[in-house]
Design a binder for this molecule. Structure first.
Ligand code: ZN
Ligand code: ZN
Length: 129
């Protein structure tokens, strides 16, 4: 969520709070609005989300912590999903290189010694097609 995005305080509709300050404001504002706070429901996905009871359903439907919402096929989120897959292999290879070169980094000619120390490298390597 954009931290600069203005959110409306559930306790006082005249309060517009930046998203990054929202949790702090809620705590503070709740103290000043105990009666209104009593009318609030807590989001089932994030305890920091306090919404008026009548708005809870709407909130749950749009809550960023709602797993159903997270799986919605929005293009940006789909992109994010694909990234780990395309992203796993290079680090994995680097890992194995670092592992293999780590102990014998100063001695790259010790190819033979590498075979004498099969620190699980064949398994690691097979992870990366
Ligand atoms: Zn407020
Ligand atoms: Zn929520």
């Amino acid at each position: 969520m954009d931290p600069e995005r203005l959110l409306q305080c559930p306790y006082d509709k005249t309060h517009q709070i930046r998203a990054c300050r929202f949790p702090y404001h809620l705590v503070k504002c709740r103290e000043n609005n105990r009666k209104a706070a009593a009318e609030l429901a807590t989001c089932p996905y994030n305890a920091r989300h306090k919404v008026p009871k009548r708005e809870l359903q709407l909130h749950v439907a749009t809550c960023s912590n709602n797993p159903a919402e997270t799986e919605a096929p929005f293009p940006p989120k789909t992109e994010l999903k694909e990234m780990p897959g395309a992203w796993q292999c290079p680090p994995c290879q680097e890992d194995w290189e670092a592992d293999a070169d780590g102990p014998g980094a100063a001695a790259p000619f010790h190819l033979g010694s590498r075979e004498n120390h099969p620190v699980g490298t064949p398994q690691r390597f097979s992870k990366c097609p």
